[in-house]
Design a protein around this ligand. Structure first.
Ligand code: FEO
Length: 141
């Protein structure tokens, strides 16, 4: 489960709101995994993974626009991580493993949740101080 707490805050409200939304989509996927019948699982999870990908792209654009605007020095490294994750989401094929699909989907969910946690806690936290200061100096977003 994805549980938001202030420990995840990067101190930039628009980004925190988007991270909360990503957690919410993640929770919806877990809910489906735990509550739907197997034959319904793939279709619903496919829809939610689509939603996750669309929202993740939107969120990454927001972060990258801020980094460009305020000349964040580690932007290239950060964008590389974003692209890698989008490529991963693009590559998911829920019908790839028909032998033990529930197990396969659980593996995907575990990878996605751990990637999001790690990315926010490490890479997003790295820009936090820099961008918070830059935004304060400019006076607004
Ligand atoms: Fe919040 Fe770099 O993604």
């Amino acid at each position: 489960m994805f549980t938001w707490s202030d420990d995840f805050s990067v101190q930039i409200p628009i980004i925190d709101e988007q991270h909360k939304k990503l957690f919410e989509i993640g929770n919806n996927i877990y809910y489906l995994y735990n509550h739907f019948q197997y034959d319904e699982l793939t279709t619903h999870i496919k829809d939610l993974l689509g939603e996750l990908e669309r929202y993740t792209k939107y969120h990454f654009r927001t972060e990258e626009d801020l980094m460009i605007r305020f000349h964040y020095p580690d932007i290239s490294e950060h964008i590389k991580e974003h692209r890698k994750f989008i490529d991963y989401l693009d590559s998911i094929d829920l019908y790839e493993n028909t032998y033990d699909q529930a197990e396969y989907i659980l593996g995907l969910l575990q990878f996605i949740s751990s990637w999001i946690f790690k990315h926010i806690n490490y890479s997003d936290f790295k820009y936090s101080d820099f961008l918070v200061k830059a935004i304060e100096q400019e006076g607004n977003l």
